[in-house]
Design a protein around this ligand. Structure first.
Ligand SMILES: Nc1nc2c(ncn2[C@@H]2O[C@H](COP(=O)(O)OP(=O)(O)OP(=O)(O)O)[C@@H](O)[C@H]2O)c(=O)[nH]1
Length: 521
């Protein structure tokens, strides 16, 4: 698979973040919708209560007017038929609440009207239906909205029948201005854009918070009229008389059949919802951005931990020593540990491939390699290199006398002596069997020969093999660069040949390759 098509840690982490954020967002939206419906139901309940309370305020207003009329009706002046005095008493009852008081007979003829002087000629009063109602029962009757024949203004009236000796003798009416009811509405301090109206028994608008002059006397908007025809209380989604889309809430008084309707513009209701959705969206964007930023930080750390393994892996491949960086991830750390372990195993394998197992000295391969590189150096620097071939004399006898293990012990001790007798920079190798080689760096042939002699003595000293004394000696051939050869092969051959000559010459001696002719001569 091409690297480009393989997802990165970062994209995976981003996906993971999205996997959590998207459902969380859906849940929040679901909760918001649920909450919105709950809040809307609560709001409707609350405002039905408000409308009911306002209806009962209207009822109370009417009841207090009725109480005033009933108190006036008990005046002795009317019992004495002193209607002028009664007129004066009625005048005293006028207030901000009651605009005028009318006394009329059951036939609808006005006896007096406080808007006119006592005795003035007056038009007929009350509709025949109202008059009928008043004679049928003793309760007060609230009129619908009408234009006063005397005041020439829109009015409503509350009328109580006056009975004497079981006879219906008069009707006493109080006129109320619809504008007074308007103050009742404004006292509720509802939000300015809420359109509230008071409707009479026939669903005619009597008072209204908005454009009262325009709509007073008109029938309620059709959807409100339909709602009122179905239930005494409730809500609907529709529009007002002026066409404003509203959530309409209404309540009708069981006593007077008058109603109060409140129109909550859906635009402002929805504005609250959109505000909430806006905040939610903003919150979601911020949350998403934070999550991505957080995911990015995590991804960076993960990626750093993973890519941190590249260098050590390459070093391992090239057989170099690996340096493991600090890794922030357990899995990456485990891979790092495995790489370190593999590196150590490789190091051991490489060591074993280049060293003699018994003595720990360099083996033939490594020795040749080291001679080669040293010769290259010496060639550049014009220095000398000497190669010594050492073969033990009489080693087979040690094996034969004391056993193979004793022979091993002797080989090991001989290697230790050789190693200890040369400089750190020189190389000692075991070529195989009882054959060793030494590379002496920067020595002239004379010095090399002397050092070889020294090694011969060292190797030929007695050995303590498990409490028993064993002796061997050595035959050493010495070849020097550049005198005995220019290449590793030439030098090894020359040294080997010199060593062979030493053997031939009776063993336990050093022969310098250049001096081989001289010795032979
Ligand atoms: N103990 C032991 N013996 C070995 C090892 N490698 C080779 N040998 C033995 O070393 C002996 C070497 O043979 P030679 O070099 O002919 O023995 P030598 O007695 O030194 O003969 P000269 O070189 O002629 O003096 C053989 O008997 C091998 O079996 C080893 O690793 N350990």
């Amino acid at each position: 698979m091409a690297t480009g098509s393989v997802p990165s840690v970062r994209s995976r982490i981003n996906q993971l973040a999205a996997v959590f954020i998207v459902p969380a967002l859906l849940i929040v939206i679901g909760l918001l919708v649920f909450d919105y419906h709950q809040a809307r139901a609560k709001l409707i309940d609350h405002h039905i209560t408000t409308a009911r309370a306002m209806t009962s305020l209207v009822d109370k207003d009417f009841a207090s007017v009725e109480a005033t009329l009933r108190a006036l009706a008990t005046s002795p002046a009317i019992a004495d038929n002193d209607l002028q005095r009664f007129y004066e008493q009625a005048q005293e009852m006028l207030s901000g609440q009651i605009e005028n008081i009318v006394l009329s007979d059951p036939q609808g003829n006005q006896v007096f009207n406080t808007l006119r002087p006592f005795g003035a000629a007056l038009p007929p009063f009350n509709t025949p239906a109202t008059r009928q109602l008043l004679s049928d029962r003793k309760e007060a009757v609230v009129s619908g909205l009408f234009t006063g024949k005397v005041s020439m203004r829109p009015m409503i009236s509350i009328t109580v029948p006056v009975w004497r000796d079981n006879r219906h003798v008069y009707n006493l009416s109080a006129g109320i201005s619809p504008w007074r009811l308007n103050t009742l509405l404004s006292q509720q301090q509802l939000p300015d854009d809420w359109i509230t109206a008071i409707l009479d028994e026939n669903n005619v608008i009597v008072s209204r918070t908005h454009e009262m002059s325009r709509f007073m006397g008109r029938s309620a908007a059709p959807n409100l009229g339909n709602a009122l025809a179905t239930n005494n209380e409730g809500y609907f989604y529709g529009s007002t008389s002026e066409g404003v889309s509203v959530l309409g809430i209404y309540s009708r008084s069981p006593a007077t059949k008058w109603s109060v309707a409140i129109g909550l513009p859906t635009s402002s209701l929805n504005a609250a919802l959109w505000r909430q959705v806006g905040w939610l969206a903003l919150g979601a964007i911020v949350l998403f951005a934070l999550s991505l930023a957080f995911a990015r930080t995590i991804a960076k750390r993960l990626a750093r931990s993973v890519t941190g393994l590249i260098e050590p892996a390459l070093a391992l491949g090239e057989g170099e020593k690996i340096v493991m960086p600090a890794l922030d991830l357990r899995e990456a750390d485990e891979v790092g540990k495995a790489l370190t372990r593999a590196s150590r195993m490789l190091e051991i394998a490489r060591y074993q491939a280049n060293h003699d197992v018994l003595t720990g000295l360099a083996n033939r391969g490594l020795f040749q390699e080291l001679v080669n590189s040293q010769l290259a150096l010496a060639g550049r620097n014009g220095t000398h290199v000497a190669v010594l071939f050492i073969d033990l004399d009489g080693f087979k006898e040690v094996n034969d006398t004391y056993g193979h293990a004793a022979g091993d012990d002797l080989l090991y001790q001989a290697s230790t002596r050789l190693r200890a007798s040369v400089r750190e920079s020189d190389v000692v190798a075991r070529l195989g069997g009882d054959e060793f080689a030494v590379m002496l760096i920067s020595v002239l042939p004379d010095k090399a020969e002397a050092l070889a002699q020294n090694l011969l003595e060292t190797v030929s000293a007695e050995y303590d093999i498990a409490g028993k004394v064993a002796t061997v000696s050595a035959s050493i051939g010495v070849a020097c660069y550049p005198e005995s050869g220019a290449t590793m092969q030439e030098l090894l051959f020359a040294a080997d040949t010199a060593m062979y000559k030493a053997k031939q010459a009776g063993k336990r001696q050093v022969i310098l390759a250049q001096a081989a002719h001289a010795t032979a001569d």
